[in-house]
Design a binder for this molecule. Structure first.
Ligand SMILES: [Zn+2]
Length: 379
């Protein structure tokens, strides 16, 4: 039997299981408890924050035969059929591939028929911003006079692309990125349930890499559990995803801040030999220096940067060795270096020259700047 991906297995099945979206979960659940069901909802927010999962939970909750304090029971025939995706009265539509006027007209015709098994016919339209202008008009007509048995849940990552006339017909709920601490907690729960041996700082790293997207975080945990033998550490994880580890970044940052040219060249050598992606290394370095900057300007950097105590100590130490303006110049310099690296035939040399320029070993006006580059016409 094929292994089920963790993400599918850990998809929330009740309102209580949804992670960190109280501003959406509470009112939706209340509407079920009070029987105040709306006809049109708009769920907006970044991908992987639980919009579709919550739409399915709502579809179950309004139709469940044995509702438990607003939560669907997941045991009755209706809940089971929705979980299996076989209930005819809950229709999921991907607007990215069904965006035409005909698609929506057909749906508008079907919606008039009463539900077959359930109380409500629920239409979940994903990526709704992809609908054509004509399709939006057709949808608007339906939303203006929806049959009593119909509920529309429109989900989108780009609410600004939806006509105001549609939005004004919907109860709107905004899903936010999930805080790293919440993601980390959830990952720990999942890891423990499968007996995955993983270090705390590795979990924090996964949460940071996923940038508030629980789905990505769980997939990455899945990937590292399969791809790493033995205990998953932060280093083995970074190795797996091809990122540079913190100790290396700290060394490189220090060498740049203290302008140790030989050290910089040596580290570039190490980096090249390790086979890491040099462009990614520059991105990582810029992020690292951004964290140094946070330590410089924030009184409580630990609330903004999620790293281990040891890494934080190092960041704070570095933040005291450089002036604010020089640090910002460095970060901006890395950003333009990144652009150059995208076009260069010899990454290593360009990286070396770029870093030398950053520490002032090579004047700004000479070097690679004068070489013709492909994107010259744009600048
Ligand atoms: Zn049920």
């Amino acid at each position: 039997m094929a292994r089920i991906a963790y993400y599918r297995e850990w998809r929330p099945q009740t309102f209580d299981e949804v992670v960190a979206q109280e501003q959406v979960v509470f009112p939706l659940r209340q509407s079920v408890v009070k029987g105040a069901i709306g006809h049109a909802y708009l769920f907006s927010g970044t991908r992987g924050t639980g919009k579709t999962s919550l739409a399915r939970i709502y579809a179950k909750a309004v139709n469940c035969l044995d509702i438990q304090d607003g939560n669907p029971c997941n045991k009755c025939e209706i809940c089971v059929a929705i979980n299996e995706g076989t209930l005819l009265d809950v229709i999921e539509m991907d607007a990215a591939s069904h965006n035409s006027v005909e698609n929506i007209r057909r749906m508008a015709d079907e919606v008039l028929f009463a539900p077959v098994y359930a109380r409500y016919k629920v239409y979940i339209i994903d990526e709704v911003h992809m609908l054509s202008g004509g399709a939006f008009n057709a949808l608007l007509k339906t939303l203006e006079e929806p049959p009593a048995h119909a509920i529309f849940i429109l989900a989108t990552t780009e609410p600004h692309r939806i006509p105001a006339t549609i939005i004004s017909r919907c109860q709107r709920y905004d899903f936010r990125r999930i805080p790293q601490t919440e993601v980390t907690k959830r990952l720990r729960l999942i890891a423990d349930s499968y007996d995955i041996d993983i270090a705390d700082d590795a979990l924090i790293t996964i949460a940071a890499l996923a940038e508030g997207t629980l789905r990505d975080a769980i997939s990455l945990l899945d990937q590292s559990a399969t791809g790493i033998e033995g205990r998953i550490t932060r280093d083995s994880l970074l190795n797996l995803v091809g990122l540079v580890d913190d100790d290396f970044l700290a060394e490189m940052a220090e060498a740049i801040i203290t302008k140790q040219v030989d050290k910089i060249l040596l580290l570039v050598e190490q980096l090249t030999m390790s086979g890491r992606d040099l462009t990614q290394a520059v991105i990582d370095l810029a992020r690292y220096l951004r964290n140094v900057l946070i330590c410089q300007i924030s009184r409580q950097p630990e609330r903004i940067i999620q790293v281990t105590a040891r890494s934080l100590e190092k960041l704070i130490l570095l933040s005291k060795q450089i002036k604010n303006k020089a640090l910002i110049d460095l970060i901006q310099g890395l950003s333009s270096l990144l652009n150059e690296l995208r076009w260069t035939p010899d990454m290593r040399t360009s990286l070396e020259i770029g870093l030398m320029r950053l520490v002032g070993e090579i004047p700004q006006s000479t070097g690679v700047d004068e070489l013709p580059s492909i994107d010259e016409g744009e600048s």
